[in-house]
Unconditional design. Structure first.
Lengths: 417, 644
């Protein structure tokens, strides 16, 4: 009955893409972590064996998510968000340090990364808040409150892992969809551009460019709309921002952050030191050519030249062994999944599930983009996983929960009125 | 509108990624090559370095095999550290330190774990190397010196440092390169070209055979043997004569410009810079800032030449026709060139060119020099003409010989004096000290030897060179080109006859050798040092230049002994003995020889610097075994060498 309704109402397209991505991900993890002694796909001592276990364990997880009453997530969203925040805060006390970052809880042999689940909590809380009829994002107080929901987990994550905190900027796209004024996004966009340009060019060039652009808009606007004070204020703002970039870059950023930017901007080419990862990653992908070297045939993959290949750099295996064509297929699958989720979100009957659906799509998308762009050397090195592909139980389950809660809501919409 | 943003972003982002992928995977070919580099192992085959022979074909430098223990940290498995350490006689902490260092360099590339084992150590390790996974042995060849002299001539070989690797793509980490001496100047010929073998690795990183059927492999090209113009016996003899003295000897064959001996003292046995003790010994030599054993005095020591320079003063005056052989000057124990300024002279008679030379009369040459400079209205013009004549003897320039170090020396020009006396119209008297090889003139021993070669040849010389033959090819053309001095040949004879009488009646009376007519000139150069901030006059340097025989000269020589009192006391006898050794191959005046061999100036050297304990290395004690086994052997001093 209920199960039956799930089976008939669940969006099988999304499920199919999900399964395909997970399977492809495992195949690549297998290739990248295969050692000389091949001991079978279920050797839990091996990375691919563990990932296989994670995949199988996500089946009961999915069943539980789908079995829970559809209203549960909305009703308990605030509590779930609270738990997520507590878990993040608890890291400061109980966290275990791995590679300089305190992102993990360890219970005996099992370790667990709460940040992956915090995204779900935040998405639920944001959806809950925005679905309130009284919330209008044109209202400044509401804007602040909505951003507060996003910033709470961000503040907890930033000290450990500033890169991952970036993922939360995805929620601004959701806010925009729900009525946040466009200039928020513009400001953010311009700030990013100005930041990067300030690192490349001297400050005065940026200011000149800004002045020209502002003057252009000033003279193009109708005379009644011209606001000289506003224009000057913007210019001053940009100038201060530009000058402060170097201060922030030199004093707030840590050396490894600076290195990442410098490598990206071509200011440093230390191929044996900090530039090693990204260089090896580009070599591995570049050597794939049109059709790749064939599954399990990647010399770079086998040689173990790309560090962290099974986690953040898993896409290099795709690039080397499956080539450009294989990459297109994988990218297409992701894009299909995003579009499908957006499509489903737009047809939701409740604002709650629509907003949540949007959150799912944007979070997956931003992981996807940041990860692959980093692997291809067009984005600074930020350790975020490629959803469904990268090795790791927390990551896989986090994304699975994120997606399947939405699929449950979607399947449930027939019961709503 | 708001619904469209996210899908649009997704499309734009994906297209961006696809473009980037297309660029990396389809357009940028360089990445494929780099990936091949990753999957292909490059194996080098090091050819044996060329041998070095002396001018008579005597083998001076050969090779001995040496074995480096290499490690690939990632491949290390189940090492019995205790056994390993015992086998190689190293401490466990040392073992760990070295492995750490190798890991830092690269976990999957080979690094040198322990360099330069000798045969005995190698044999012990070779038996068990199979037990130590991740370690292997790389054979290289090291120098095996057949003689215990000539260290400064040969130079040494060492591992390349990072700077060289960066500059020259031929060298890889761990390669050997010649430094100093002929090892450096003929590095390219001696080293040969290493062979390269590309080995394909499979996906498990195992070697599966040669890459593309060995299409890109190259065969090692053997290093070429070189024959030096050095006379091994003479070189050895020179070094023996210079024991316990400091200074340099340069002997040149005038007819060819070939360097017959290039001695610097103190020196050391070249064998101490081979093997595991190399670094330690090199550091010792390098740090000895007082005796400076690594400072090749024959090439680098710039000093005022003193009296030998009078030869040039005389020749220039003759060429400029300001004097002739008969022009006389009266000497009253000196030459008064300004009020209260007096150049002392031990002479007191009427001097002409001939006796001016053999008596080394300061007055005569000061007067001659004055005349030369007064020939033109402007002193500066005269100085430049004089300077050009002097430089035509190769003085004041690097000359372009085939050894890697050198100094220019100094022959002043009008520019020099413009700098010294910017607002003053100086007169010939101002710079009259140049006449007797003091003042602004400085030279190196090899320049003086070359000058004597030019005099011996009556007006020409060949650029001095130490190479005689390189297997299968002619030596550089520049060593076969005559350089003519600006002095006409007829002016040499009177000067040479004066030089011959230096031995017969002059300042080197009593040093002569039966039936060899030697032409020589003594020299004594004042020298000062700053000690505790005060300018102190130290004992004069002893200088001697000569060539022999007078007709058809076979050897030109310059000897220079630091703090050797005066020319005849040390440099003169040494030069004469060297000439006798070279021409007659045996020494008749054994008493003189004995005095020179055993004489020591160490007391003189210790005078001002307190008790400087002489390092045993410098005394050529044979007990320094190059392969002495000791713990904790290698320090990296290549960086130090790089700075050098």
């Amino acid at each position: 009955m209920k199960n039956q309704s799930i089976r008939s109402h669940i969006d099988w397209v999304s499920v199919f893409i999900y399964v395909t991505l997970v399977v492809l991900g495992w195949l690549n993890i297998y290739s990248s972590s295969l050692s000389l002694e091949d001991s079978g796909a279920f050797d839990f001592g091996q990375i691919y064996g563990k990932q296989m276990m994670f995949i199988f364990l996500s089946i009961p997880l999915i069943i539980v998510i789908l079995a829970v009453d559809g209203k549960f997530y909305e009703k308990y969203s605030v509590i779930l968000f609270g738990i997520a925040l507590l878990l993040l805060a608890g890291l400061y006390v109980f966290g275990k340090e791995v590679k300089g970052q305190v992102n993990w809880y360890q219970f005996g042999p099992i370790s667990f990364q709460p940040a992956e689940f915090a995204k779900v909590g935040t998405a639920l809380a944001l959806a809950k808040y925005l679905s309130d009829v009284q919330v209008n994002l044109k209202d400044q107080n509401r804007q602040l409150q909505a951003m507060g929901i996003i910033l709470l987990p961000v503040l907890l994550i930033v000290p450990h892992d500033p890169g991952s905190a970036l993922i939360y900027s995805a929620f601004f796209l959701v806010l925009y969809r729900e009525g946040l004024p466009a200039w928020f996004l513009w400001t953010g966009f311009i700030a990013i551009v100005a930041f990067v340009l300030s690192l490349i060019w001297p400050s005065w060039i940026i200011i000149v460019i800004a002045a020209v652009v502002i003057a252009f808009f000033y003279y193009r606007s109708r005379i009644v709309d011209r606001n000289i004070i506003m224009s000057v204020a913007i210019l001053v703002g940009v100038s201060i921002f530009t000058f402060s970039v170097h201060y922030v870059f030199d004093n707030v950023f840590k050396q490894h952050h600076r290195d990442r930017f410098n490598i990206l901007l071509g200011k440093e080419v230390d191929l044996k030191g900090i530039g090693y990862n990204i260089n090896q990653s580009k070599i591995a992908i570049g050597s794939g050519g049109w059709f790749g070297k064939g599954y399990l045939e990647g010399t770079q993959t086998k040689g173990g030249f790309v560090p962290e290949q099974h986690t953040d750099y898993i896409f290099t295996t795709v690039g080397e062994e499956w080539g450009f064509v294989g990459c297109i297929v994988v990218l297409a699958l992701f894009v299909l999944l995003f579009l499908r989720i957006i499509y489903l979100a737009e047809r939701q009957k409740t604002k709650f599930s629509r907003v949540y659906g949007y959150c799912v799509a944007t979070i997956l998308f931003i992981h996807f983009f940041v990860n692959i762009a980093m692997v291809l050397g067009i984005f600074p090195t930020i350790g975020v996983p490629l959803p469904f592909f990268s090795y790791g139980g927390s990551g896989l389950w986090g994304f699975t929960i994120l997606l399947f809660i939405f699929l449950k809501m979607d399947a449930n919409k027939v019961n709503e009125w | 509108m708001r619904k469209v943003l996210l899908p649009t972003l997704i499309f734009i982002a994906t297209i961006l990624l696809l473009l980037r992928l297309f660029y990396l995977q389809v357009i940028d070919e360089s990445l494929k090559l780099k990936s091949d580099n990753n999957a292909i192992k490059i194996q080098y085959d090091y050819p044996e370095r060329g041998y070095v022979y002396d001018r008579f074909g005597k083998l001076l430098v050969a090779n001995q095999p040496s074995y480096d223990i290499m490690v690939i940290p990632r491949d290390m498995k189940n090492i019995d550290t205790l056994e390993f350490c015992q086998l190689l006689n190293i401490r466990k902490e040392d073992f760990i330190k070295r492995i750490e260092k190798a890991k830092v360099y690269s976990p999957r590339l080979p690094s040198v774990f322990l360099p330069q084992l000798n045969k005995r150590e190698f044999a012990a390790f070779q038996e068990k190397v199979r037990k130590f996974q991740g370690f292997y042995i790389q054979k290289r060849s090291l120098r095996d010196y057949q003689v215990n002299y000539g260290a400064n001539v040969f130079g040494f070989i060492t591992q390349v440092n990072d700077k060289i690797i960066e500059k020259n793509p031929y060298y890889n980490s761990g390669d050997l390169i010649g430094k100093q001496g002929v090892e450096e100047s003929y590095e390219k010929e001696l080293r040969g070209i290493k062979g390269v073998k590309y080995i394909q690795k499979d996906k498990y990183n195992r070697e599966i055979g040669s890459y593309k059927e060995g299409r890109f492999d190259t065969i090692a090209k053997q290093g070429e043997d070189i024959t030096l113009s050095i006379d091994g016996e003479l070189q050895k003899y020179g070094e023996e004569l210079m024991v316990n003295k400091r200074g340099g000897i340069v002997a040149i064959e005038p007819k060819t410009g070939e360097i017959l001996a290039l001695v610097t003292a103190p020196s050391y046995d070249p064998a101490i810079l081979v093997g595991r003790e190399r670094s330690r010994n090199y550091t010792k030599l390098y740090n000895d800032s007082i005796a400076k054993p690594l400072f090749d005095r024959g090439l680098l020591a710039e000093y005022p030449p003193g009296s030998p320079f009078k030869i040039i003063t005389g020749l220039v005056a003759l060429q400029e026709k300001v004097v002739d052989e008969q022009t006389s000057f009266v000497c009253h124990h000196g030459f008064s060139y300004a009020r209260g300024r007096f150049m002392k002279c031990h002479d007191s008679q009427i001097s002409q060119l001939h006796n001016g030379i053999y008596n080394s009369c300061n007055t005569y040459f000061a007067s001659v020099y004055m005349k030369t400079l007064s020939k033109y209205r402007k002193t500066s013009a005269a100085v430049d003409i004089w300077s050009k004549h002097v430089k035509s003897f190769g003085l004041g320039e690097f000359m372009g010989y085939d050894l890697p170090t050198g100094r220019r020396g100094k022959i002043p020009t009008s520019k020099t004096y413009k700098r010294i006396y910017p607002d003053w119209d100086y007169k010939p008297t101002t710079i009259v000290s140049n006449a007797i090889g003091q003042g602004e003139v400085t030279t190196t021993p090899i320049q003086l030897a070359n000058m004597m070669a030019a005099v011996a040849n009556r007006g020409y010389y060949y650029t001095p060179h130490i190479i005689k033959k390189i297997e299968g090819q002619q030596i550089d053309k520049k060593y076969r080109t005559k350089h003519h001095t600006s002095i006409d040949p007829q002016y040499f004879e009177p000067v040479i006859s004066g030089l011959a009488d230096v031995y017969n009646v002059g300042t080197a009376f009593g040093l002569g050798v039966d039936d060899i007519q030697i032409c020589g000139k003594t020299g004594t150069a004042e020298n000062f040092a700053k000690i505790n901030g005060k300018r102190v006059k130290l004992q004069d340097h002893s200088i001697f230049v000569a060539f022999a025989p007078k007709d058809n000269p076979k050897i030109a020589i310059a000897v220079f002994v630091e703090n050797g009192y005066w020319g005849k006391r040390w440099a003169g006898p040494i030069a004469t003995l060297m000439i006798e050794k070279f021409i007659k191959r045996k020494i008749t005046r054994t008493d003189l020889e004995k005095r020179m061999l055993e004489g020591s100036l160490q007391g003189e050297y210790d005078k001002y610097i307190g008790k400087h304990t002489v390092d045993s290395l410098l005394l050529k004690k044979p007990e320094i075994e190059a392969v002495k086994k000791e713990q904790d052997t290698i320090e990296d001093i290549d960086d130090k060498e790089a700075e050098n």
